[in-house]
Design a protein around this ligand. Structure first.
Ligand code: GTP
Ligand code: SPV
Ligand code: MN
Length: 592
């Protein structure tokens, strides 16, 4: 345990509020984790899966009303409302503590409070930051043990320091009307109540590593981003690193674990995964931008994951994994989800815990799904066959290119390059994507999602843009900035680009551009590949189709401009003048 007064006093205070029957410190040992798994199985919180086929794997079902992040119930509580900005929900800190205090009061009576000391990042690294989460959920404890570096050694490293993020979570009544995910960046505090689902309750992830960390990054001169990190290994053994920001459920995990098409594999190309969701970026002594993944596991989308789309993710889930809201095949006690294979189990319990009738399953009707569309796996990073040798590096990896992207049926071409950092920041700021099941609410609606950070910036979005511009001025050798879209559709709504492993073809163009190896076509929105510079060998795709994928539809872009203006106006008066200049310049180029 610890003698740290700040830690002990805070826990006393939180225990006096929530009144748990007992307090258990999570030490990180396998014995303690195993005892908790057994306890959760006995209570029905976890289902133990077939130990031959899925050793040390478990299934958990959340409440039916509690299956995704809740953006409308997520608050940034700064003293001044302007510091949270118009894109975030805001509550005054005192009001929020008071309101949530009532919900937390006595919420752990008859329950156990677990104390989870954890580090985001390799604890020995300069990048790393420590958090302590107090929770009454064994599911949260077991997930945090996979997703972070947790246990007694973190308390030892913390020593007497007050420098840790204080997280309090209680399941309370899982009452959606009283569900709150609240952040107090000025107090290094996170309070989450009435949920038991992933991003709402694994407080090291979105709450700390993005919302609180983005706030700290701005103060301290670094960046916390919703980005995967991957390394492309060339046949000569050289590795170049790329980070990419796509909104939730838009392909980060898939790109991070990409397996190159055979023609590239034969030549010796490989892809290594450093991270699949979050990147912390700092300027290195050599003047480049360096990135670490602060997490230690993957909380990945299950549906659609299969032998062909993402064999690396699938392999990662074969042991030591917790599945959330997938279907249970009761014939052999294994898991299933839509898109795993074309053999829905004959005897099955769906994500709601009901017997599921496979004969009524209709691929086009999400209400007939056995697994929830946002069902997830929590797998240790070490399980992934393509995990990078730099995964535990204390310095991280140098980033050559930053890639933005989203789901756009029409406007955005397959890939384009920004003119420079300022224009690249503008490209990130106008990102848009169709919404997905990762957050509660309508699916498939286009919304602006700057840098894929709309739900995750812990301060004013205008200030966030300014921070990007300021960072660009400070990085002597900045990465080049690109934008991709794997999701253009034809008139029947089918994806035109094959995606997944074939995205390698686009990554190689990006890295060729970084190296100055290929020319490009200058268009109104940025540099677009010349047709011959994207290798489509072995693809069932004609040059004409590629030309369509790369086409910049000026009319569609002009229609987008009005929406961008509205969005900037919504963010308010802290949008930097440089971005308005970029917007005007884009408009002028489109009119030419
Ligand atoms: P979060 O964990 O929510 O942040 O999501 P993510 O960005 O990691 O998304 P993920 O890789 O899990 O992909 C989400 C969905 O997009 C899955 O259903 C994938 O099958 C699908 N997807 C991923 N990459 C591609 C692609 O290149 N093309 C197409 N068509 N679909 C893709
Ligand atoms: C996302 O929604 O971007 C996720 C899943 O990565 S969650 O942890 O629930 O935020
Ligand atoms: Mn994510």
């Amino acid at each position: 345990m610890t003698n740290n007064r700040y830690v002990l006093n805070w826990i006393d205070e939180m225990a006096a509020l929530t009144k748990p029957d007992k307090i258990v410190w999570i030490d990180g040992s396998e014995e303690q984790a195993e005892a908790l798994r057994a306890e959760a199985v006995a209570s029905g919180e976890l289902v133990k899966l077939n130990p031959e086929l899925y050793p040390n794997c478990y299934l958990h079902r959340t409440a039916v009303n509690d299956v995704a992040r809740v953006e409308d119930r997520t608050f940034i509580c700064t003293t001044k409302k302007e510091d949270a900005g118009n894109i975030n929900n805001w509550m005054a800190p005192a009001e929020c503590y008071e309101k949530l205090g009532k919900l937390f009061r006595g919420s752990m009576v008859g329950r156990t409070m677990y104390v989870i000391p954890y580090s985001m990042g390799v604890p020995e690294s300069e990048f790393a930051k420590i958090g302590i989460e107090l929770t009454d959920s064994i599911y949260v404890v077991l997930n945090m043990l996979i997703m972070t570096r947790a246990g007694q050694h973190i308390l030892d490293i913390l020593g007497d320091s007050p420098d840790f993020i204080k997280g309090l979570h209680a399941r309370a009544d899982i009452d959606e009307k009283n569900r709150y995910i609240c952040h107090f960046p000025e107090d290094n505090t996170i309070w989450s109540v009435n949920s038991g689902y992933g991003g709402n309750v694994l407080l090291g992830k979105k709450c700390f590593a993005l919302r609180i960390a983005s706030y700290l990054g701005r103060k301290e001169g670094w960046m916390a981003e919703h980005m995967l990190i991957l390394g492309v290994e060339f046949p000569n053994g050289e590795i170049k690193y790329v980070s990419a920001a796509f909104p939730s459920a838009c392909g980060k995990t898939n790109l991070a674990m990409l397996i190159p098409p055979e023609i590239f594999r034969k030549k010796g190309y490989k892809v290594w995964c450093v991270g699949d969701d979050i990147a912390w970026l700092r300027i290195g002594k050599d003047g480049r931008l360096w990135a670490v993944n602060p997490e230690n596991g993957f909380f990945g989308v299950a549906p659609g994951t299969n032998e062909h789309s993402n064999p690396n993710a699938l392999a990662a889930t074969k042991k030591d994994t917790i599945f959330t809201n997938v279907a249970l095949n009761t014939d052999n006690n294994t898991v299933w989800w839509e898109g795993l294979d074309d053999n829905p189990p004959k005897h099955c319990i769906d994500w709601k815990g009901n017997v599921w009738d496979y004969t009524k399953y209709d691929k086009k009707d999400k209400t007939t799904c056995a697994a929830h569309p946002n069902s997830r796996f929590t797998a240790p990073a070490v399980n992934c066959p393509c995990v990078s040798s730099e995964f535990n590096s204390t310095t991280g990896v140098p980033i050559s290119a930053i890639v933005f992207g989203g789901r756009r049926a029409k406007t955005a071409p397959l890939v384009y390059q920004s003119f420079n950092w300022q224009h690249g920041t503008f490209v990130g700021s106008i990102m848009a994507s169709e919404t997905t099941a990762a957050a509660a609410g309508a699916v498939g609606v286009v919304r602006r999602d700057p840098m894929a950070m709309r739900p995750f910036v812990g301060y004013n979005m205008g200030d966030y843009f300014a921070h990007w511009l300021a960072m660009g001025k400070r990085i002597p050798n900045p990465p080049k900035i690109f934008h991709v879209n794997w999701f253009r559709t034809d008139s029947e709504g089918h994806f035109i680009w094959p995606g997944f492993g074939d995205n390698m073809r686009v990554l190689l163009w990006i890295l060729d551009r970084v190296e100055g190896k290929v020319d490009a076509k200058e268009t109104a929105i940025g540099y677009v590949p010349n047709l011959d510079d994207i290798n489509i060998e072995g693809l069932n795709l004609t040059k004409e189709t590629l030309a369509n994928l790369l086409d910049v539809d000026k009319e569609a872009w002009k229609q987008d401009i009005a929406n961008i203006k509205e969005f900037y106006a919504l963010i308010g008066d802290r949008v930097p003048a440089e971005l308005y200049q970029e917007l005007e310049a884009l408009e002028a180029r489109l009119d030419k």
